[in-house]
Design a protein around this ligand. Structure first.
Ligand SMILES: Cc1cc2nc3c(=O)[nH]c(=O)nc-3n(C[C@H](O)[C@H](O)[C@H](O)COP(=O)(O)O)c2cc1C
Length: 210
């Protein structure tokens, strides 16, 4: 067993890493972290997640191009002018994952609990059923499950000295990324985790005290 101090040190020293060394990441470390992450709590133990390990530089570059294109599009809208300073920074950083030797694409699948099945059978007519369905949609169980696994992945890779960032930003190019990764229609891309040996040592971002 880890001591509390060791667990605390591991947890507190993980940082989001956005600059990476050009050093290959051993595949066995990725597989070990992913296998252990499948022990994360997840809705109904349905494990409605998939993790695609992308090491092909060309593919990573194309995902970067797709994300950057959407950033540029949104930055060009008149509505972006009021956020000029932040937008300038965002334009430089939204595709930073291009610099990572590995990206893990996280997919979520269909999750269906007994509540979902009853609500589905009940149909659209009943307003209370509609409301319950909408409440469940605000924090989909498949999304929550994948989030638990991502937390584990980032922590376990940190244990091996690897840097990661949990990225929701690439969702802006969800369609393009799914095409590039040949994702079948029953799965949804929900996030990207660039992985590599850190080339930066970012300051700790403070936490709200409990
Ligand atoms: C759901 C989620 C989405 C995130 N999306 C992005 C992202 O798109 N781009 C990015 O640079 N960081 C992203 N982050 C990383 C956060 O910015 C980071 O975790 C936070 O600032 C705290 O810093 P730390 O991870 O170093 O402790 C995301 C984190 C989470 C949990």
């Amino acid at each position: 067993m880890l001591t509390w101090e060791e667990l605390s040190e591991l947890t507190r020293t993980r940082r989001s890493i956005r600059r990476f060394q050009d050093k290959p990441v051993p595949e066995d470390l990725l597989l070990k972290a992913l296998e252990l992450a499948t022990w994360a709590p997840n809705g109904g133990n349905q494990q409605a997640w998939r993790f695609l390990i992308v090491t092909n530089r060309e593919l990573i570059r194309k995902m970067g191009d797709a994300v950057q294109a959407k950033t540029e599009l949104m930055a060009s809208w008149p509505e972006a002018k009021q956020f000029a300073e932040t937008v300038a920074q965002w334009r430089k950083s939204s595709d930073f994952f291009r610099g990572a030797p590995v990206c893990i694409a996280v997919l979520i699948g269909k999750y269906s609990s007994i509540a979902d099945q009853i609500l589905q059978a009940r149909g659209e007519a009943d307003p209370i059923a509609r409301e319950i369905r909408s409440c469940r949609e605000t924090a989909k169980t498949s999304l929550q499950s994948a989030a638990a696994a991502i937390t584990y992945i980032c922590l376990f890779l940190h244990y091996f000295g690897l840097g990661t960032t949990w990225m929701a930003g690439p969702l802006q190019a969800k369609k393009e990324i799914e095409q590039l990764l040949d994702v079948s229609p029953e799965w949804d891309f929900m996030g990207l985790i660039p992985v590599g040996y850190p080339a930066e040592d970012p300051k700790t971002r403070p936490r709200i005290r409990m």
